[in-house]
Design a protein around this ligand. Structure first.
Ligand code: HEM
Length: 418
């Protein structure tokens, strides 16, 4: 679908799940905000919500709008018998944090919070800085790099692997498992890709079940040990399927999203050199850079909610059982909240009001870690580079099609070291 079609076609003729709209949802979102901030999509039956105020209201009301959407995303579709056979060799899936509601959600959140203490995040700064410099040292003399692969992916992956307490030598395995979870989430995988992803997920389960047993006997200062030994009120400790579900969320949410935010920062540098000249002159602007990049990139572009009781949104009745998609990427460009919303402005005074980490009880548990990674990575980039330019035509840049997550698949650049 051409960009101009998204501007001119009637809304009902645009497929929101088309790879083009998923890759660049901004014009479609803008039309939704203007013409139908609550939109009942005739292609999917899903209710899309696109304005900031309604999205925050929905995210706060976890009683009416449930996160138990795992079933909704799979739907009633018959599971491929090949996948059933593979899954039988693994651990059963359980709904933990992201796909669970209060009060059960509170127990998981309480336990995992013990692993994401402010102390742990604060001590990470020198480590993240070391990782960033080491990665840059590998390619700086070349004058060019595939930035997604050589920098944006490894930074969060190395940090989370170290925090989980698993060997970096297994980096390729973590990446393949994280990609398998993302493929499952994308809803765009072919049946064969789904089978391949199921095999990788079972391999992930066995690998981490072993690490869990090791930490049970011999705790270290790492997240797996904290999760294995976490206590919350009088609740029983977490069992292995619960821990696997939580570690899976940390692995995926901790990687893909932060990678996408860092890549978007380099793209913004290429597009808005004047803004980065300001940053070069004044590093105090970096915390606001982090917020403005979160706002514009919104790596978790969309999220599901399932309606538990007959309700209404903006006066429109929504029956129980409906699937609602809250479009964080649209809220973060809502002109009522962010004037001139598509413009990258490192001095935007309300950039921090972005809801890239969500809102309400499910608000991202890794937000302070992600902010720290972005802050350190951006400072190191400003220190090591003077200029970036694209090493391909802008039309060759592509965003991986995914209904929930959004980010550049590649970013070939040439650069001038500082
Ligand atoms: C720029 C990076 C990140 C972005 C944009 C992001 C975004 C989000 C959003 C929007 C939610 C809320 C989902 C909802 O409302 O249903 C969320 C939840 C979550 N995030 Fe993140 N995230 C990021 C980084 C991380 C990191 C680094 C971790 C952990 C290592 C993490 C772990 C989680 C988990 C476990 C949840 C579920 C929390 C719950 O349901 O209570 N995220 N994230």
């Amino acid at each position: 679908m051409a960009e101009s079609d998204v501007l001119t076609q009637p809304l009902a003729e645009i497929s929101p799940m088309s790879p083009e709209v998923l890759a660049c949802p901004h014009q479609f979102n803008q039309r939704l905000r203007k013409e139908a901030p609550l939109y009942h999509c005739p292609h999917t039956g899903i209710y899309f919500v696109s304005d900031y105020d309604t999205i925050t209201k929905i995210a706060k009301d976890h009683v009416t709008f449930s996160n138990r959407f795992a079933l909704a995303t799979v739907g009633d579709k018959e599971v491929d018998p090949r996948i059933k056979e593979i899954q039988a060799q693994g651990y059963p899936p359980v709904d933990t944090m992201l796909t669970q509601d209060p009060p059960v959600h509170r127990r998981y959140r309480g336990m995992v919070n013990q692993a994401f203490t402010a102390r742990r995040v604060a001590t990470l700064e020198p480590e993240i800085e070391k990782v960033c410099h080491k990665l840059i040292d590998e390619f700086i003399d070349r004058g060019e790099a595939e930035f997604v692969v050589e920098f944006c992916e490894p930074v969060p992956m190395i940090v989370i692997a170290e925090q989980l307490g698993v060997p970096l030598a297994d980096y390729e395995l973590f990446k393949s498992w994280s990609d398998a979870f993302v493929a499952q989430l994308s809803r765009m995988a072919t049946p064969d890709e789904e089978v391949a992803a199921a095999k990788l997920i079972v391999a992930y389960q066995h690998y981490f079940a072993e690490r869990i047993e090791e930490r049970r006997k011999d705790p270290h200062d790492d997240i797996i040990s904290d999760i294995v030994h976490a206590k919350f009120e009088d609740e029983r400790p977490l069992d292995i399927p619960e821990m696997l579900s939580i570690i899976q969320q940390l692995l995926v949410a901790g990687n893909e999203t932060t990678t996408n935010a860092i890549a978007e920062c380099v793209l913004m540098w290429i597009k808005y050199q004047d803004q980065f000249a300001k940053l070069k002159a004044n590093r105090d602007l970096v915390p606001n850079l982090v917020e403005e990049i979160l706002r514009l990139s919104t790596p978790t572009a969309n999220m599901w909610r399932v309606v538990t009781i007959d309700t209404e949104i903006q006066g429109t009745p929504i029956p129980a059982g409906s699937t609602v998609q809250i479009r964080f990427s649209s809220a973060n460009r809502d002109e009522q909240k962010f004037p001139n919303p598509h413009r990258f402005d490192v001095e935007r005074d309300n950039a921090k009001s972005n809801i890239a980490f969500g809102y309400g009880v499910h608000m991202c548990i890794g937000a302070s870690l992600a902010r720290k990674e972005m802050d350190v990575a951006f400072r190191v980039l400003l220190e090591r580079f003077d200029e970036f330019e694209l090493a391909c035509d802008e039309s060759e840049l592509s965003y991986a099609p995914n209904v929930l997550l959004r980010g550049l698949s590649r970013l070939p650049v040439r650069f001038k070291p500082a």
